[in-house]
Design a protein around this ligand. Structure first.
Ligand code: F6P
Length: 326
């Protein structure tokens, strides 16, 4: 990247709490290094349309505690076409942009990889997704907040479940990932987590047998079953469990509320570290990489590897849930 080049930043895919803290970190780190900064509106959609705005330090003030993304985001089908991407490259050139930080999940990393391959830009991705399914980082920005938001709901549901001696099936987000479900189940003392990474976890007859025994023959007052959306839907699962156990079941879908809210301190500071690392990687001339946090240290992983691999599911933690939920 040239000495004078500007740095652009965009957020892409599903928003996640902490994206704003990451935008702030990218902006201020780049300004500190003497670079001009452009924020791109609405992710790759805005890149195609050339929707850039200059970001100064004050533009990213007062956003550290806000969920969502001040830049806006999108899931752009159009950007998947190489022909369309050429338009975006023209806009980046016009603005004198030499480095691009892409904040988002797997789809966003794939887009960043394409840009890095097709241009001379230094492109670095910073993982932000509530699903925590990005390879190359222990945690993606927003995951911790989403888990705590869902956990708060589960704690509340437990109170009414106990009072009525009911089973609650609580559906959490994650797309194909069971990461939110597992974390929430373990932290919430849930009786089970149905996750796509463990297909047998969604077999309902053995689960129903265990729940029936516990509810009818021990002093357990209620049961909470956390269901990852990738493993099944809460409503039909609750119907089957009610039929098999003879215990009243209710279904709750937490949905998009898991994407909002003030980011936790963990997510704010992860975002700060990753944004800083992304800009520094660009200034050092690196490209086509994802900045991640692995065992509490910043690590760069080639985007080719990121898009080809899946984030590892924590089977040890899943086994622990099985023991503690007895
Ligand atoms: O990737 C984040 C995520 O919230 C997933 O957990 C969920 O499956 C999906 O996005 C929902 O997408 P949309 O916001 O387009 O409904």
């Amino acid at each position: 990247m040239g000495e004078e080049s500007s740095i652009a930043v965009l957020t892409s895919g599903g928003d996640s709490p902490g994206m704003n803290a990451c935008i702030r970190s990218v902006t201020r780190t780049a300004l500190y290094a003497g670079r001009r900064v452009f924020g791109v509106s609405d992710g790759y959609e805005g890149l195609l349309k050339g929707r850039f705005k200059r970001l100064e330090s004050r533009d990213v003030g007062g956003i550290i505690d806000r969920g969502g993304t001040i830049l806006g985001t999108s899931r752009s089908e159009e950007f998947l076409e190489p022909e369309n991407r050429k338009r975006a490259y023209g806009h980046l050139k016009d603005k004198g942009v030499g480095g691009l930080v892409v904040i988002g999940g797997n789809g966003s990393a794939a887009g960043a990889h394409a840009i890095a391959l097709e241009t001379k830009l230094n492109v670095v991705a910073a993982p932000a997704s509530i699903d925590n399914d990005v390879f190359g980082t222990d945690n993606a920005v927003g995951f911790d907040t989403a888990v705590n938001t869902a956990l708060d709901a589960v704690d509340k549901l437990r109170q009414t479940a106990d009072s009525h001696h009911r089973i609650f099936v609580v559906e959490v987000m994650g797309r194909k990932s069971g990461a939110i479900a597992l974390e929430v189940a373990l932290a919430g003392g849930a009786e089970a987590a149905l996750v796509p990474e463990v297909p047998e976890s969604a077999e309902l007859p053995p689960l129903a047998e265990r729940l029936t025994f516990n509810l009818k023959h021990t002093r357990k007052k209620s049961a909470i079953v956390i269901c990852a959306e990738g493993a099944g839907r809460a409503e039909p699962i609750a119907e089957v469990l009610e039929a098999l156990t003879g215990v009243e079941c209710r279904a709750t879908v937490l949905g998009h509320l898991q994407r909002g809210g003030a980011p936790t301190s963990y997510d704010r500071n992860l975002a700060a570290r990753l944004g800083w690392a992304a800009v520094n990687a660009i200034l050092e001339g690196k490209s086509d990489a994802l900045v991640g946090l692995v065992s509490n240290a910043i690590r760069l992983t080639p985007l080719e590897k990121v898009v080809a691999h899946e984030h590892r599911f924590n089977h040890q933690e899943y086994a622990l849930l099985g023991i503690l939920s007895l």
